[in-house]
Structures are given as C-alpha cells and as structure tokens.
Design a binder for this molecule. Structure first.
Ligand SMILES: [Cu+2]
Length: 187
C-alpha cells in the first residue's frame, strides 16, 4: 500500500514538473531587452506564445511599456488609451488567455521608430502542427495579412520546428503517466 502511494506521488510530482516547464518566460528582445536597438520583428519571427507564458520587459529609465487595446492603435502608435502602463524596468506580463496583445514603448517617438511588439497567444495544449513539407503557407497568420508588412511571412515556416519534438514527447509522458496512475489505482 505504501509502495503504491509512493509511486503515485512520484508520478504526480513528475507530471507537475513537466507541467511547470511548459510555461515559458519570454524576455522581450532577448539579451538586449526592451531597447530601441532591437529589431523586434525579427526577434518575434521564431517565437510562439502560449497561454500561461510570461512576457518580461527589461529596460532602462528611457523606456516604459504600454499595452494597446487594438490593432488600429498598435499600427498608428496611438498611446492615448492604454490598457496597462508599466514602468518598473522589469515588468512581467502573464498571458492568461488566447488572442492578440499589443505592446509599445510609452516614450514619445519610440513606438513610431519600431519599439512595439504584437504577441499572438495560442492555447497551451494546441497540438496543431504544420506539415513538415509546407514551406511558406502562413495560414495561421491570416489575421495580419491586410497590413503593409510583406516581410512577415518569411519567418513563419521555421517557427515551431524546435518546439514540436518537445511538445510531442511531453504528450507522450503525460499519456504514459496517466496510464501508470490508472494501473496503480487498479491494483
Ligand atoms: Cu522606448
């Protein structure tokens, strides 16, 4: 009995560990952080964001973070009605649901010069995997197709290739884990 209990605890803590590693922290702009010198479009091109992930904005006092409520406000850098305003220099934003979120720097002129990011948050358990052969079909990005940025489709081909194997193996671990739990309970 105690042996089985220990096994259950082991499996559960294993699952818990796997679940914790699923949520990622994305430091905006990578090692350079939230700074004007960063090309945020290219930084974003190989990133994917899932529910439960966190965005981290690290920056000097020259900058700030405002979240914008619409694509229109994002495109025109209309900072007049921000959803949230942050200025600590080390701000963490949790992505709690699916959808698109828009962030820009609140310092005058910085958004216009490219200091803005648009984050598309997808479901954490979305297993939608693009077929390996498809090179440039960006069907998941159709929301941004009306824009003038014709370069945005170049990055989508290689976007989630590194994450796929990991996600598949986590799914496998979860399946095996629940099987083990089922077996333990059955005895
Ligand atoms: Cu700025």
């Amino acid at each position: 009995m105690t042996m089985q209990a220990a096994l259950v605890i082991l499996v559960f803590s294993g699952l818990l560990a796997v679940k914790t590693t699923l949520a990622a922290q994305h430091v905006i702009g990578g090692s350079q952080g939230w700074e004007q010198s960063v090309d945020f479009d290219s930084w974003l091109s190989d990133k994917s964001f899932k529910v439960g992930d966190q965005l981290v904005f690290k920056y000097s006092g020259l900058h700030s973070v405002v979240e914008l409520g619409s694509e229109a406000a994002y495109k025109s850098c209309d900072l007049g009605t921000p959803v949230i305003s942050l200025s600590s220099g080390n701000d963490v934003v949790k992505l709690s649901k699916t959808g698109t979120r828009y962030f820009a720097c609140g310092t005058p002129g910085h958004c216009q010069s490219g200091m803005k990011v648009k984050v598309n948050v997808v479901s954490a358990d979305s297993t939608a995997v693009p077929s390996p052969g498809s090179d440039s079909s960006s069907d998941s990005d159709s929301g941004s197709s009306n824009g003038s940025d014709s370069g945005s489709s170049t990055g989508s081909g290689s976007r989630s290739s590194s994450g796929q194997g990991l996600r598949a193996s986590i799914g496998y671990i979860l399946a095996v884990g629940s099987l083990v739990i089922g077996l333990v309970w059955a005895f």
